[in-house]
Design a protein around this ligand. Sequence first.
Ligand code: 1HE
Length: 257
Amino acid sequence: MNHPDIHFEQQGDVAIVRLSRPAKRNAISDELILAIRDAFESMPEGVRAIVLDGEGDHFCAGLDLSELKERDAGAGLIHSRMWHAALETVQFGPAPVIAALHGAVVGGGLELAASCHIRVADETAFYALPEGSRGIFVGGGGAVRIPRLIGEARMADMMFTGRVYDAKDGERIGLSQYVVPKGEAFAKAMELAQRVAKNAPLTNYALMHALPRISEQPADQGFLTEALMAAIAQSAPEAKERVREFLEGRGPKVKKA
Ligand code: 1HE
C-alpha cells in the first residue's frame, strides 16, 4: 500500500487503513477514492479484520468539493459509479471492516462509514449530509446504505433540513453501534477487530456476504438462503470443533452484559 493520503499498517491479522489527508479534513479526491479501492483490493493474505480510521480531528469531510466544479453530467455519472465500485470493495472485500469515527463524518464520509460493517464513534463525532444544502445528491451509495441504517425518513430529513446528529443521537438512531469517550474510537475498534478476527472465517463470510443479500430478498427466498448458508457454515470443521469445545465444557459461555 503506497499512497501519500493513505496510511497502511498490519498488526497480526488486523489491518489498519487510515485516511491521511488531515489538512483537507480527509476530503476524498478522485485519487483518494481510487487509493481506498486499491487498499481494500490488495489486502495481504491473512488479514482477518480491518480498521478504517481518519487522521486528525475529523474522520472524513466527504467528497473533495474542489473537484466538483469542473464536472458535467456524463462525468458525474462515471464519478458516482467509481465511488460505488470503491465502496463495494470495502463492504464486500476480504474481511469485516470496523470504522473508527470522530469529528466530521459527513457527506461521502458518512457514505464510506456506511459501507463498513461496524461503526465505533467517539463523543466528538457528528453526522451530516450537506449535499442537500450544496444543491447536489449523495453519489457514493448513501441512498442505498444509509436508509438501511436509519430509515429513509431520517435520511431525507438530514438532506432536506441540514440536520446534524451528534455522537449520542447517532448511536440512538443507528448510525453507529458504539459510542466511546473522546479519543478512544480507534482503541475500541481495534479491540472489536481482534475479536472479529477470531471468528470462524465462514461466520464472517456469511455476515458480510449472505446477511445483506438475505435482508433484500423476499422472506421465502431469504429463509432458503439462510438455510443454505447455515448448512454450509455448520459443516466446516472449525464449527464442529467449536461446538465440541462447548459441549465438553472448554468453550466460552455467553456472559450477562
Ligand atoms: C475541503 C472539504 C471538502 C474541508 N472538499 N476541501 N462535504 C462538505 O460539504 C463538508 C465541507 N467541510 C466542512 O464543513 C468543514 O471543513 C468540516 C466541518 C469538515 C471541518 O471544519 P474545520 O473548521 O475543521 O476545517 P475547515 O477550515 O473548514 O477546512 C480545512 C481545509 O480543508 C480548508 O482548506 P484550506 O485550503 O482553506 O485550508 C477546506 O476548504 C478544506 N476542506 N472539507 C474540499 N469536502 C460521492 S458524492 C459525496 C458528496 C459529498 O460528500 S458532498 C459533502 C461535501
